[in-house]
Design a protein around this ligand. Structure first.
Ligand SMILES: Cc1cc2nc3c(=O)[nH]c(=O)nc-3n(C[C@H](O)[C@H](O)[C@H](O)COP(=O)(O)O)c2cc1C
Length: 233
């Protein structure tokens, strides 16, 4: 196993002053030492998915670049806003392009999500739509703890967009040494999940964290995707 987990971070917002982009910038300082977070290339240059374009000229270069980055990563962390109770169109469009590739990059890939919104629920409803798509694509999907950063304007510095809200940092940060023994925090648990999945899936040379394995069981918490069975029809 490499010294550090290589986790690719995909941001679902294209906006310069994005709170989600600000959250991605805050994550490295909150992550455990065994986890290296690398920003994915932007999804903002992807054309709108069109099967005719795919048939005529194949996959656009930016989609291939992102797919390669996902394949090379140990896991993928999405950090994204909620638009109209669902995924932003740009993010869904990116997933749609990648989903059509022969070597579909999310297959068997450990994936997790965090969301940030100016509304009070922090993008919760969008996360379940994302889970549906990731289930269909046969990714290994991280379950809980969930990370929702609501009322974003009050959690980041106005001009620098630095994450200033301590409870949010505490929720995200790994803090195993805390005397308060708050239990596994979000990023450390994500790290354990990302580490344990490949090991449990039978890939060699990857460290297995027994706590995470016990937690997710033999199936590692993977949601079975398809073929789907419809009973009682
Ligand atoms: C098209 C659109 C739809 C939105 N829908 C929601 C929504 O369903 N739920 C929510 O909490 N916020 C919603 N918002 C507000 C976003 O939370 C807010 O714009 C947020 O700052 C976007 O994330 P960003 O700062 O990373 O760009 C919406 C914003 C836009 C532009």
């Amino acid at each position: 196993m490499a010294d550090q987990l290589n986790v690719l971070v995909i941001c679902g917002s294209l906006r310069k002053g994005s709170y989600n982009a600000a959250l991605t910038r805050a994550l490295p300082a909150l992550a455990p030492p065994e986890m290296k977070l690398v920003m994915a290339p932007t999804i903002g240059t992807f054309p709108l998915y069109n099967a005719d374009v795919q048939d005529a000229s194949g996959f656009p270069a930016p989609t291939e670049d992102l797919a390669a980055a996902i394949r090379a990563a140990d896991g993928v962390l999405f950090v994204t806003p909620e638009y109209n109770w669902s995924m932003p169109g740009a993010l869904k469009n990116a997933i749609d392009w990648l989903s059509r590739m022969k070597e579909q990059p999310f297959k068997d890939k450990p994936v997790a999500i965090q969301s940030c919104s100016q509304g009070p629920l922090g993008g919760a409803r969008m996360q379940y739509h994302w889970r549906m798509s990731m289930t269909f694509l046969n990714a290994f999907i991280f379950g809980t703890p969930e990370v929702f950063v609501g009322s974003a304007a009050s959690k980041f510095e106005k001009d620098s967009l630095e994450l200033k809200d301590q409870p949010t940092k505490d929720t995200i940060k790994t803090d195993r040494s805390s005397p308060r023994k708050r239990g596994p925090s979000a990023v450390s648990t994500v790290a354990e999940f990302l580490i344990s999945i490949p090991a449990c899936a039978g890939m060699s040379g990857v460290k297995c964290y027994p706590a995470a394995c016990a937690r997710f069981g033999k199936s590692c918490g993977r949601n079975f995707g398809w073929p789907a069975m419809v009973l009682g029809a």
